[in-house]
Design a protein. Structure first.
Length: 729
């Protein structure tokens, strides 16, 4: 009996112990999950406020905790754990798709970082701050040298093009000449008056300074004064010299820029146009353009033509003073930055290409911007004491900006060299872009355009008009011809595969075939409402049409109706053939994408996941993916074979109307209501598909850590704790 009682007690104690153990494990699991959820919330908040490195840090940390939580190794995953897993991956994917900031040195100086410059080989950076310190950094953000107690507040820094020397100027007018190879001061002398700016001549044998005394002084490197230029009515804020040493340009608080002949100091021209202080000036590498930045919230581009500098365009996106402007080494891109805490990149035609946002919680202001010599990176000197680095190459997305209203269509040329887009813009609704995202040409049209398509040889492009006409252009932008095709809006027009015919659709419920000369070949009728889209099969034998009558119709080229595909519950907005011609892909306002067999018209698969109208869907050139765009603001990628959603991309703001795969299938162009075209690097996007194994989660973690490496090494407490510095070990 005693043994039985003892056994009962033992069993009871064992049960209690096991329950306690399970409770402890459960509580630990809940604690880890809570921390992961908190990190995910922080990452999303940081991403929403453009704190890119903060968002990546939180996402990588959440991923590490997720790996340690054992969710992937559990036999059963609860709905709550699955949600945490999905959120963690989605945050990391979103950050990696959007991130450009590769490093931030949080406490670079003890006060405002006034100026920054890359060495000619791009391996070192010199900064100067209001704290009176000059610092030399490695490209990865590691500090090499710090020169303290220079006797005044720092103003400007500049490298000689030969790379051995750099110079600094203090607010008290002291000029220092430094040898970077030895990390030592060579000599000092006085500008005579408060100093603001200095610049080496391209040959590196002279140094030019300017300041509050309104004078420009030219020195040899021994500190001997060679010449003094006078003419400004207020402080001189920046000086630059053309690469051919023909001109010296000076920016001033008197609202002007002056152009001087460097050889003899003669004033050649005064540029007027800014309405407030001019802070910055820079020549492009070809010496035929000049950029200026001002406290009137604008930057201006000037062009040398007819033997004088003339205003070409005004850049107006900034919302506060523009402190700095610089051309990239190739002279095709302009960077501006200022008190609104943004860096903006423009092409030399004045089209805004990209905007980088500093952390909005930081004190407002970017004082200087520098391109590295290869044009792969920019560094910023900031009021919040930081130096930030932004990557210009290898981004997962490229954003094309220039349209003034929502886009209707976008397409790659078959040779992959051009992109065409149409929008609601009144003057230039059609734009041609190079494949690198730079604007090639604005195409003028007096009427609104709805769609655009290239000919198979890429020598022509055709657009459909809201006025019922078809417009045919040569690829150089020359209008070849136009003709009245339909009574109402032409919804779509496209070429036959061999390029001898055009086919158009309209709100008038008809489909029409045309010669390239605009002669009507045939009219196809049968739809009961407007026809939204049309596509030729790859072999040119068939046509497929999509209609507001909720059907897709398959036709022979001779106008014979073969089949009517029913199954959608709302308008069918687009239809296209698979690359091998065996399938049709349709997109509908019923929120779905459908895959149909051409041979018998049977429905093969329905792709569900969009939450609003699906405007367009297409299969990738390799036949493995389908991309779709929707009014729900997303771009979705699907696995054709399994129907699985691969990625949901949310970088557009508002509905997404059109898409086009590049001929090689490596990129996807999407266009929408936010007036932008986004070029997606699909190989990179695919790397961030939802992780389905511990191995894939490890791969995502490694990619995030590779990006964070320099950031973790360059910072310490209170910004990065000793424990967090080991985050990726």
């Amino acid at each position: 009996m005693a043994i039985s009682i003892g056994l009962v007690i033992m069993i009871g104690l064992t049960i209690v112990a096991e329950n306690a153990r399970r409770y402890a494990v459960e509580q630990r699991h809940l604690a880890i999950k809570s921390e992961i959820d908190a990190l995910n919330a922080l990452a999303w908040a940081d991403l929403s406020t453009h704190n890119q490195l903060g968002a990546l840090f939180a996402s990588v940390k959440a991923t590490k905790h997720l790996k340690q939580s054992g969710i992937f190794t559990a036999k059963f995953v609860s709905a709550e754990d699955q949600a945490t897993l999905n959120n963690t991956h989605e945050n990391l994917k979103e950050v990696m798709l959007n991130i450009n900031e590769v490093n931030c040195i949080h406490q670079a100086h003890n006060d405002t970082v006034q100026a920054i410059d890359f060495s000619p080989d791009g391996q070192q950076i010199v900064s100067i701050g209001s704290d009176g310190k000059v610092k030399i950094w490695q490209r990865n953000g590691s500090l090499l040298h710090s020169f303290d107690n220079l006797g005044g507040r720092g103003r400007d820094v500049n490298f000689s093009r030969q790379g051995k020397l750099f110079a600094t100027i203090l607010a008290n007018g002291t000029i220092h000449l430094w040898d970077i190879t030895q990390g030592r001061l060579i000599r000092s002398w006085q500008h005579i008056g408060d100093g603001m700016t200095l610049h080496f001549t391209p040959a590196g044998d002279r140094l030019i300074s300017g300041g509050a005394d309104r004078k420009i002084r030219i020195w040899n490197l021994q500190g001997q004064l060679l010449d003094t230029l006078e003419g400004h009515q207020a402080a001189i804020s920046e000086i630059t010299v053309s690469s051919n040493e023909q001109w010296l340009a000076s920016a001033s608080f008197d609202n002007t820029v002056k152009i001087w002949r460097l050889a003899d100091g003669q004033l050649l021209q005064t540029l007027k146009g800014h309405e407030d202080r001019v802070y910055s000036v820079d020549f492009n590498s070809e010496n035929n353009r000049l950029a200026t930045a001002s406290a009137d919230n604008t930057a201006k581009l000037w062009r040398f033509t007819d033997n004088q500098w003339q205003l070409e365009t005004t850049l107006t996106a900034h919302t506060n003073w523009v402190y700095t402007v610089h051309f990239n080494p190739g002279g095709k891109t302009v960077a501006t930055a200022g008190a609104d805490n943004t860096v903006r990149l423009w092409n030399h035609d004045g089209i805004l290409l990209k905007t980088f946002y500093n952390d909005p919680l930081a004190r407002a202001g970017i004082k200087d911007v520098a391109f590295d010599p290869r044009g792969e990176m920019i560094a910023t000197a900031n009021v919040d004491k930081t130096i930030r680095f932004y990557n210009l190459e290898g981004s997962l997305i490229e954003i094309l900006q220039g349209h003034l209203s929502g886009l209707k269509d976008v397409t790659f040329s078959p040779n992959g060299e051009l992109i065409a887009s149409v929008s609601h813009d009144k003057s230039y609704p059609l734009k041609l872009w190079r494949s690198d995202g730079s604007l090639l040409r604005n195409v003028e049209s007096a009427v609104g355009l709805r769609s655009v398509e290239f000919s198979p040889d890429s020598q022509f492009f055709v657009a459909s008009g809201y006025d019922g006409q078809i417009y045919l252009w040569r690829s150089n932008g020359e209008l070849e011809r136009h003709w009245q095709a339909h009574e109402f809006t032409v919804k779509k027009v496209t070429f036959s595969p061999e390029g001898s015919l055009l086919v158009s659709t309209s709100s008038d419920e008809t489909i029409k075939l045309w010669t390239m000369q605009g002669q009507l070949v045939a009219t196809l009728t049968g739809h009961e409402e407007g026809v939204n889209d049309i596509a030729f099969s790859p072999n040119g034998e068939f046509l497929a049409s999509a209609s507001a009558d909720k059907t897709v119709k398959l036709w022979r080229r001779d106008s014979t109706l073969i089949n009517t595909l029913s199954g959608h519950e709302d308008w069918v907005n687009s239809v296209t053939f698979s690359p091998d011609g065996r399938y049709l892909i349709s997109a509908s306002s019923d929120h779905t994408v459908k895959l149909w067999a051409v041979a018998d018209g049977q429905l093969v698969k329905t792709f569900q996941g969009h939450e609003d109208w699906v405007w367009q869907a297409a299969m990738s050139p390799d036949g493995k993916k389908i991309a779709s765009v929707s009014s729900d603001g997303t771009v979705k990628l699907w696995n054709v074979e399994t129907g699985q959603l691969l990625s949901s991309l949310t970088e557009h703001e508002g509905w997404v109307r059109a898409l086009s795969f590049s001929p090689n299938g490596k990129r996807l162009a999407t266009a929408g209501a936010d007036r932008t075209i986004i070029l997606w690097d699909l190989e990179s996007v695919e790397q961030f598909r939802p992780a389905s194994s511990d191995m894939e989660l490890d791969a995502h973690f490694v990619k995030g850590c590779q990006w964070l490496k320099n950031y973790l090494n360059a910072n310490s407490e209170p910004f990065i704790s000793p424990e967090d510095k080991k985050l990726c070990d």
